[in-house]
Design a protein around this ligand. Structure first.
Ligand code: NDP
Ligand code: 8X3
Length: 246
């Protein structure tokens, strides 16, 4: 029987690349996102590998529980929907940007997990894959709440595993570094020139690289749980700790 993956944030970037890759491998897809026309276009392109498209804002708790409860059991939940907003220092940020990141990256991800986990536990089968970020482990100026939300995702993933101890349900955390997608356009609120500067002169990760990683993680034998993976473009690494001198 064909396996089913539910992908949040399927309308762009990593989620879109995952939809295409899993479709190529014969999986059934349930595609979630806010942009109806993009979901419809993807469904048209991928044909009957798409079992359903769900127009859903993951921040809306009631809608998440209502709409995901209507879906058939899934083998994989890919919690990918998320965003960064702004790169301002903490004392300058627009507080509503912090709310949006917390509501999406933390609360939305927990709602989707809570909505789908019971059927996985009941069937003693399933896999939750959470997309975090290197920003969850490695701080940078302006990363403030975005990095904080991704640190939450990592620790939440580990704690889920603790809750699921003794069951066959798997949980994995994937932390990509710099990847070219709509991410920076969203972060800089539509400023495409500023977004392009992020990737200028580099060979960043592509959404397809993340899709390959997700596909590998969920296709390990059932007795193997990949706890966490961090990946970066070769051109990205760390800098020395900052020291301010008088
Ligand atoms: P994109 O901006 O290209 O895609 C983000 C996706 O999330 C879109 O499909 C968007 O769909 C969806 N989304 C955003 N908010 C909501 C919401 N409230 N409800 C439902 N869906 C939502 O970014 P990426 O593909 O790059 O990012 C995917 C994930 O990877 C994010 O969690 C991001 O934080 C993380 N990440 C990105 C990195 C990068 O450098 N690009 C690196 C590390 C992690 P729609 O607008 O239609 O709702
Ligand atoms: C996205 C990667 O470095 O822009 O999570 O935070 S970074």
């Amino acid at each position: 029987m064909r396996q089913t993956i539910l992908i949040t944030g399927a309308t762009a970037g990593f989620g879109n690349a995952c939809a295409r890759l899993f479709a190529r491998h014969g999986w059934q897809l349930i595609l979630v996102g806010r942009r109806t026309e993009r979901l419809q276009a993807l469904q048209q392109e991928l044909g009957d590998t798409v079992s359903a498209t769900v127009v859903l804002d993951v921040r809306n708790r009631e809608a998440v529980f209502q709409q995901l409860a209507d879906q058939p059991p899934v083998d994989v939940l890919l919690n990918n929907a998320g965003l960064a907003l702004g790169l301002e220092p903490a004392w300058n940020v627009d507080i509503s940007d912090w709310d949006t990141m917390i509501d999406t990256n933390i609360k939305g991800l927990t709602y989707c997990t809570r909505a789908l986990l019971p059927q996985m536990v009941e069937r003693n089968s399933g896999h939750v894959v959470n997309i975090g970020s290197t920003a969850g482990s490695w701080p940078y100026p302006g990363g403030n709440v975005y990095g904080g939300t991704k640190a939450f995702v990592e620790q939440f993933s580990r704690n889920l595993r603790a809750d699921l101890h003794g069951s066959a349900v798997r949980v994995s955390y994937i932390a990509p570094g710099m990847a070219e997608s709509e991410f920076s356009e969203v972060r800089f609120k539509g400023d495409v020139d500023k977004a392009a500067q992020v990737y200028r002169g580099t060979n960043p990760l592509r959404p397809e690289d993340i899709a390959e990683t997700v596909y590998w993680v969920v296709n390990r034998p059932p007795h193997v749980n990949i706890n966490a993976i961090e990946l970066m473009p070769v051109q990205q690494s760390w800098n020395a700790l900052a020291v301010h001198r008088e």
